[in-house]
Design a protein around this ligand. Structure first.
Ligand SMILES: [Zn+2]
Length: 457
């Protein structure tokens, strides 16, 4: 008799002592088991990388990726799968893309170059003297007479002393984002930058660049860090020229889509959404950036579905289009959500590659940061996720904050040491992603979605 009673009393006692922590830990273990033992993310990433490949907004491959994402989510039997139309820019690299340094011996040395996204072409061969400028702040202070008619080379390198490589990216990022416009204001004929990469190698890193209204657009490109070292050394020895040819250009805007999969909430119509971006740069295979975030996100909804989870809130996985050169998918999603009268309470993003997850950066009020730190406790010891600090969430979900200022946002944070070896280069291929690390990322995303759904009012 006493044993019979204990059978009922013990779980109740445990519940009183530990709240939901016990049941959370049991369910989170199931999430990890599914991700690590029966995970589908790695195979899905293989298909996206090898059967479709890189997929810049407006390309045939981007369209293929949209229908691949939709079919895949339909095959998992989510409550709703649909496309959301967005108007997007359409830029193409073209076929010609070459550059040479003319050194003081009169030799042409071929260098590895990638046009920056949004650049205009060179309209035939462009050959000009190079002016090496250490960084964009110094460029802004130079006189027009020194710059006019030259190709400006911006030389700021990744600071190896930062532990997070994203800090280094943030520091030298402005030379790519606003370098071309600043050089053009002073009459430069073109702009070449040292790649925003952490390793010395032969891969140039592309990426989006901005333009300013009323400022003429000039051709702009990145060269590999190995070629940058060469150029910087030779520039100390005498005058150099760069000869370059690119035929990239901007076309009319195109129609594309965000791809959305949902499980309907059983207690609330409020929405927790998460995602990554389906588009990539037009080099490599967009494996880490952001194929990994795409398969992390789809896998999170799949795992909850196969575990028979019945969500309190509506759970929504979004494959965003056009993060790389305009973020029109993210902006369109936020705007259309608001117009429909939806209520968004939390959003998560994975856009830092398929590396070993460490936790989440939290964007929100101090109370929201401590709320996440508190609910994340079951993730610490058993699942080795320890980083839950205030920080940046992600570009795709960020526009939601404008419409829903009270919501919280989380960005999956990973071991960033190798990310900028691959970012926006031909080296960002499927083989650069480790299956185990990718699957741990899937489990981390799923577990955090589960904890938010359980603990948010
Ligand atoms: Zn990305």
């Amino acid at each position: 008799m006493i044993f019979k009673r204990l059978r009922f009393l013990l779980p109740l006692l445990l519940f009183v002592m530990f709240g939901n922590a016990q049941t959370d830990s049991v369910f989170i273990k199931k999430i990890y088991d599914e991700a690590l033992d029966k995970g589908q993310a790695y195979n899905n990433l293989h298909y996206l990388c090898k059967q479709i490949g890189n997929r810049i907004t407006g390309s045939a491959e981007a369209e293929m990726a949209v229908y691949w994402g939709k079919r895949l989510m339909e095959s998992y039997g989510f409550d709703k799968v649909y496309l959301q139309e967005v108007n997007v820019p359409h830029w193409e690299r073209g076929t010609k893309e070459s550059a040479w340094i003319l050194n003081k011996k009169g030799e042409f040395v071929k260098i590895n170059i990638l046009a920056l996204g949004g650049s205009v072409g060179t309209n035939g061969l462009l050959e000009k003297e190079v002016l090496v400028v250490p960084n964009i702040e110094i460029l802004k202070k130079l006189n027009r007479e020194i710059i006019a008619g030259k190709i400006v080379y911006l030389a700021e390198a990744f600071d190896a002393k930062n532990i997070s490589t994203f800090t280094s990216y943030g520091q030298c990022g402005p030379q790519r984002w606003s370098g071309p416009a600043e050089a053009a204001k002073l009459g430069a004929a073109g702009l070449v930058i040292r790649s925003l990469g952490s390793e010395i190698d032969e891969y140039p890193h592309t990426g989006v660049t901005g333009s300013e209204e009323g400022v003429e657009q000039i051709p702009c490109a990145a060269i590999s860090t190995a070629d940058s070292d060469k150029l910087e050394l030779w520039a100390k020895e005498g005058k150099l020229k760069i000869r370059m040819e690119m035929d990239c250009r901007l076309f009319e805007n195109a129609i594309s889509y965000n791809v959305i999969g949902e499980m309907t909430g059983t207690k609330s119509s409020e929405i927790i959404s998460w995602g990554g971006h389906l588009d990539s740069w037009d080099v490599g295979e967009g494996a880490h950036d952001d194929g990994a975030g795409i398969v992390h996100s789809i896998e999170a909804l799949r795992i909850l579905k196969v575990l028979g989870y019945r969500p309190n809130h509506t759970l929504r996985c979004v494959l965003f289009m056009n993060e790389e050169n305009g973020n029109f998918g993210g902006k369109g999603y936020a705007e259309q959500s608001f117009k429909k009268g939806e209520k968004h309470i939390a959003a998560l993003e994975s856009d830092r590659g398929g590396f070993l997850p460490l936790g989440f950066d939290i964007e929100g009020s101090a109370d929201q940061v401590s709320f996440v730190q508190n609910i994340a406790k079951p993730l610490q010891k058993d699942f080795q996720l320890y980083t839950f600090e205030a920080g940046y969430s992600g570009t795709d979900i960020h526009p939601l904050i404008e419409y829903y200022p009270d919501m919280m946002q989380l960005g999956l944070t990973i071991n960033s040491q190798l990310y900028f070896n691959y970012h926006h280069t031909n080296a960002d291929v499927f083989e650069a992603v480790n299956q185990r690390e990718l699957e741990l990322g899937c489990a981390a995303m799923t577990a955090m979605v589960y904890l938010l759904d359980q603990n948010l009012k």
